[in-house]
Design a protein around this ligand. Structure first.
Ligand SMILES: [Zn+2]
Length: 793
């Protein structure tokens, strides 16, 4: 008897409890019991309820679904938009977020927006209920909202048009339901003066398109790869389809399309064909390419400026510019062509269908620049070819594309943009014992956070403060993921360098793909080629380099996955190389150096939480680098960490006396057998190793930049030499080598860069004479330390 009820339709008889629950008694409750007139069923069924109970009869016409929600606790507030009664039901405690007219007003605003967008609401009332869960859901005349957020209300109430009155089949054509609704919600915010969500949606969708994650919105629900893919296609890409339609036909025609569609199809079942027929009729355009591409495929779009011709026009002070618009991808959509002249800008539109198309524009001053799609409306994935400066300009291969954003790079964050290249430049400074203080300038390019991630570094050693005082110009160049090599899930890296006593070239190709976008194993495969030629041993540590050049090829593969509470990883590399020196392949810097060597590594890691703050990590490693005789020193397997070529791009590590490898500094770059307490120069032909870490987090401050997590750890590293010859230092083979100790890990974030400072105390080292931090006569157990900017594994 005390229930307060909201439902689809009108209460023909009985008391829904609104009067008693009404928080705004000044405003009479509107039941609209007679809305359906003569068709209304009899009211006499509501009499004769048992004591303590009540009977209600709800009635609705032309609905395909219904809802009912009731609670004795509900508070009621009423309102009205035009001819539509508004009922809001919320719970105790919601007074400030839902009450005092807040939810009523927002529901009325949603109805007003939809009324002008589509036409008058086709039902007598709209009930907005505060549901227990977050999010929202929709039924004819009833929406259940997790909050009184205006955007949520516009979305759910909007479904009363797109789903309710325009009754699509959500299973078969979800885009016509959620995509349509998301689109009108985003248009609502735009009309309210907020920035459109189009840009973020478009950019996010593009990233998925580029790596072949996208699926077309036209699939049936169960045909999607997974729920994430379904949501992305139906909501985000579905919404984009309507934005692209609006862009193609213009705002006024879009408005007419929506009103005509509603007028013609309300209270009926709708589908793509019905909507397309209205869109084509109203706009007078053939929209087959747009519907086919946005709903049934996931094509890429790429338009480019081709030739540009300018001449004086026939009138006084007129210039005629002819622009060739090139279509370089299958996607077809109209393209805006901006011709920017000295004193005026003229915009034309290419229809975007042909592979090449000429557009002619007349300006009233001398043309300076041509821009395609500067508003980023064509979903063009490569906007680096969308601009052309007229008059003299450097060839594309020599200069960054027009429109490039140059900025001072702050070391920890790289800027990236949707519609242009960014180039960050900063000075560099480091030191080593050969070249002394070394000054340089480095640039980092980026496009979309995915392409053209190029690096150029020019440096000069000054000789200041150094033993050898070498004065040299050095250069390091890296090209990564150029746009012309775009391939889904593939990354390419090419390097050429002449740095600190070495020169060489390298190329790497890697393909990496997760089975599902948000879960499942990530598989990767790669191929790498690297040539490194040492030519100036004033920079090089003889403990790390033989006087031999190496050319090496590697095939890599890996997988990372989780299973229960375990996070598992496996990486392997297999390959080989050849070593040579100035006398050719046969001879080498030392006897017993084999020109051909095999090199392979395997690393398996497993981690799991043992409670909320305690974590266990295990690593198994095996590495082999050998031919008939030993591989050159720089290609052997290292006990402590990374091998010399893995340190090649790090100026703080790679050369003699560099800042992190100075005499009093004990640094470990992870890699190899990972026996962190050992000298970084100890290597052999083959090692198997096991590393254990137990880490207890003691402080977490997620909001902090520096020191956002502090942990203490206990570790042990165990390794066994399974191949090499006698060590020069010992005159014998090493066999077992291990360490154990405790450490401190602190995580930091500066800008976009996350890093760790790791301070380990390998208090036990099985061969103290091989320890990194050592003095003659040391015992196995003594105080030692090692530092790193990276986790141990
Ligand atoms: Zn929805």
């Amino acid at each position: 008897r005390d229930q307060v009820v909201g439902a689809t339709g009108v209460p023909v008889c009985g008391d829904p409890g609104w009067e008693r629950a009404n928080r705004n008694p000044g405003r009479p409750v509107e039941y609209r019991r007679d809305y359906y007139g003569a068709g209304t069923p009899s009211a006499d069924v509501c009499t004769d309820a048992a004591p303590g109970r009540k009977r209600l009869r709800w009635y609705a016409e032309r609905v395909h679904h219904f809802a009912l929600s009731l609670s004795p606790e509900y508070r009621y507030e009423g309102g009205r938009f035009e001819d539509v009664a508004v009922h809001v039901l919320y719970s105790p405690g919601d007074e400030s977020t839902w009450g005092n007219g807040v939810a009523v007003e927002r529901t009325e605003r949603a109805l007003a927006w939809l009324d002008q967008l589509f036409g008058p609401f086709g039902w007598p009332q709209m009930t907005n209920v505060h549901r227990i869960e977050g999010g929202g859901t929709e039924f004819p005349m009833v929406v259940m909202d997790g909050s009184a957020d205006q955007g949520l209300i516009v979305h759910e109430v909007g479904h009363n048009y797109t789903m309710g009155l325009l009754a699509n089949n959500e299973w078969r054509e979800g885009w016509l339901d959620e995509g349509f609704t998301s689109f009108q919600t985003s248009w609502f915010w735009e009309a309210m003066g907020r920035p459109s969500s189009y840009a973020a949606n478009e950019a996010q969708t593009l990233m998925l398109d580029l790596d072949d994650w996208s699926e077309p919105p036209s699939l049936r629900a169960e045909e999607y790869r997974d729920f994430t893919s379904y949501n992305t296609a139906i909501y985000s890409r579905g919404e984009l389809f309507f934005h692209q339609l609006r862009y193609t036909v213009g705002d006024a025609a879009m408005h007419r399309i929506l009103r005509t569609f509603y007028q013609r199809w309300k209270y009926k079942h709708v589908d793509e064909a019905a909507f397309r027929a209205v869109a084509e009729e109203v706009s007078g355009q053939d929209l087959s390419a747009l519907f086919a591409q946005w709903l049934h495929t996931t094509e890429l779009y790429d338009y480019a400026v081709g030739k540009v011709e300018t001449k004086r026009g026939t009138g006084e002070n007129t210039w005629v510019t002819r622009v060739e618009v090139l279509r370089k991808a299958p996607g077809r959509i109209p393209v805006e062509v901006f011709v920017i002249a000295e004193a005026d800008t003229v915009v034309a539109r290419a229809n975007g269908l042909g592979e090449r198309e000429w557009v002619t524009v007349e300006t009233r001053s001398s043309p300076r620049e041509v821009l395609l799609d500067p508003r980023v409306r064509t979903h063009d994935w490569n906007m680096l070819n969308n601009r052309k400066r007229l008059g003299f300009s450097l060839p594309r291969s020599l200069a960054p594309p027009p429109g490039t954003d140059f900025y001072l790079h702050r070391y920890f964050s790289t800027r990236s943009a949707r519609d242009r290249m960014t180039v960050g430049v900063h000075p560099t400074l480091w030191y080593n014992d050969a070249g002394g203080v070394t000054l340089g300038v480095r640039s980092r390019d980026d496009y979309l956070g995915r392409f053209e991630q190029n690096v150029a570094l020019l440096s000069r050693s000054t000789g200041w403060g150094a033993d050898d005082g070498v004065e040299h110009f050095d250069v390091f160049l890296r090209a990564r993921n150029p746009v012309f090599l775009r391939a889904p899930n593939v990354s390419q890296t090419f390097e050429a360098f002449k740095v600190e006593g070495r020169f060489g070239l390298s190329a790497r190709l890697e393909r990496s793909r997760r089975e599902h976008l948000t879960f499942g194993p990530t598989w990767s495969q790669g191929i790498a080629l690297e040539w490194v030629h040492p030519d100036d041993f004033r920079y090089l540590d003889r403990g790390l380099y033989d006087d031999a050049g190496t050319v090496e090829a590697q095939l890599t593969s890996g997988v990372a996955t989780s299973s229960g509470r375990w996070q598992l990883g496996l990486r392997t590399s297999l390959g080989g190389g050849l070593a040579y020196n100035s006398d050719g392949l046969a001879a080498s810097g030392r006897p017993g150096l084999d020109p051909f060597y095999f090199r392979g590594q395997l690393e398996a890691t497993a981690r799991r939480d043992l409670g909320s703050q305690l974590a266990l990590g295990v690593r198994v490693y095996a590495g082999l680098a050998s031919g008939h005789d030993d591989a050159p020193k720089q290609r052997q397997i290292y006990f402590q960490g990374a091998d010399p070529l893995e340190q090649l791009t790090n100026p703080f590590l790679r050369s003699r006396g560099a800042l992190l490898v100075g005499n009093d500094f004990n640094y470990q770059q992870p890699g190899g057998a990972g026996v962190r307490g050992i000298s970084s120069r100890v290597s052999t032909a083959a090692i198997v190793a096991l590393n254990f870490e137990l880490e207890q987090t003691v402080v977490t401050r997620p909001e902090a930049g520096l020191f956002n997590r502090i942990g203490i750890a206990a570790f042990t590293d165990l390794s066994h030499d399974i191949g090499g010859s006698a060590q020069p230092l010992l005159g014998e083979r090493i066999r077992f080598l291990g360490d154990a100790g405790i450490g401190l890990r602190v995580e930091h974030r500066i800008g976009d860069t996350h890093f760790m400072t790791r301070f380990d105390l390998p208090l036990y080292v099985s061969r103290p004479e091989l320890a990194q931090d050592q003095a003659p006569g040391d015992d196995e157990v003594r105080f030692r330390w090692v530092f790193s900017f990276e986790p141990a594994f």
